[in-house]
Ligand binder design. Structure first.
Ligand code: NAP
Length: 300
């Protein structure tokens, strides 16, 4: 086992590898990143700092945030740690106020904090699990935008990226509360993008497929998740972080109200695998593929 960037023992996550080409992309900007204590949020905070931003790190766990801030400062960046509960309006407002007090502006925000509930068919999801999931994903996203937008308007605009999931664009069995929460993130983002388009606030969404965080630490879970991905693997945390950085940068200045899947092709369709020669279903499956006009299935 080894310590990962935020000091937690994981033993499975490779060290972050943020590309050098990101340097300067967000020079001089100030951003808030929520859920920055672990996983995708942590990676994005490190990427933003490398891209030249001053970053404000939000999550509940102060100790883990301090670990991320140390990583950033060791790399020559600047980070402010601000323990926050994204479901609490007073806590969210306090962090936005603190950002303005400390840096005088807010240019970008990645509202990434979120989470799900234990797998269960809808009728078996405890009401409190449903409420907690909606609260952290939907209410949290609403609250961040409610306080971030006025802060951005003070200096002429900004860019917000909200975290959804491929589960925000399709149904997934056993995850009704999470699916509802992530669909809500997209609805809120599209509406807010229309509200503030003329005021130079761009609001977009990323919808990742399976990403290698500690939730996919178990190799069996990781392999099963990768089966549904045309690229045949889970994504890296950096592969989400760099898309978010682009959406927060001036390079995407005419992009608003969009949802970008970061999913190795997952939402674009299935990939037909050649059945093994020994499989009883092989001849029938091959025939079906030909009949469907797809020609010879691609070699796996
Ligand atoms: N990993 C994937 O495969 C994947 C795929 C699609 C979408 N996503 C989405 O990506 C986001 C990050 O996921 P991840 O995999 O990086 O998960 P993670 O490692 O569990 O990170 C979740 C982050 O959210 C924070 N958080 C949770 N509840 C919070 C609350 N009430 N207030 C403040 N912060 C809170 C956590 O920090 P504290 O515990 O310290 O508060 C943590 O930093 C989530 O929205 C998730 O739904 C992940």
């Amino acid at each position: 086992m080894r310590a990962n960037q935020n000091g937690r023992e994981s033993g499975v996550l490779p060290p972050l590898a943020i590309p050098e080409t990101i340097r300067g992309l967000l020079e001089g900007k100030v951003s808030i990143i929520t859920g920055a204590s672990h996983g995708i949020g942590e990676a994005t905070a490190v990427a933003f700092a490398k891209a030249g931003e001053k970053v404000v790190l939000a999550a509940r766990s102060e100790r883990a945030l301090e670990g991320v801030a140390r990583t950033i400062e060791n790399g020559g960046g600047s980070a402010l740690v601000a323990p926050t509960d994204v479901t609490d309006p007073a806590s969210v407002k306090r962090l936005v106020d603190l950002t303005l007090e400390r840096f005088g502006r807010l240019d970008a925000a990645f509202n990434n904090a979120g989470g799900g509930h234990a797998l269960a068919p809808l009728a078996e999801i405890p009401v409190e699990d449903y409420d907690r999931t909606i609260s952290v994903n939907a209410r949290g996203t609403f609250l961040w935008m409610k306080y971030e937008i006025p802060a951005m308007l003070r200096t002429g605009g900004g860019a917000i990226v909200n975290m959804s999931s491929t589960a925000g664009l399709q149904g997934v069995n056993g995850l009704a509360g999470y699916v509802a929460g992530k669909h809500a993130v997209i609805g809120l983002s599209r509406a807010a993008a229309m509200d503030y388009a003329v005021e130079n606030i761009r609001i977009n969404v990323v919808a990742p497929g399976p990403i290698l965080t500690e939730h996919l630490a178990d190799p069996r879970i990781r392999e099963r998740a990768a089966l549904a991905v045309p690229m045949g693997r889970a994504g890296g945390r950096e592969e989400v972080a760099t898309v978010v950085a682009w959406l927060c940068s001036d390079l995407s200045s005419f992009v608003t109200g969009v949802v970008i899947p970061v999913d190795g092709g997952r939402l674009s369709g299935g990939r037909f695998e050649r059945p093994s020669a020994t499989s009883a279903a092989a001849p029938a499956l091959a025939k079906t593929a030909e009949e469907a006009g797809r020609g010879a299935p691609k070699e796996a």
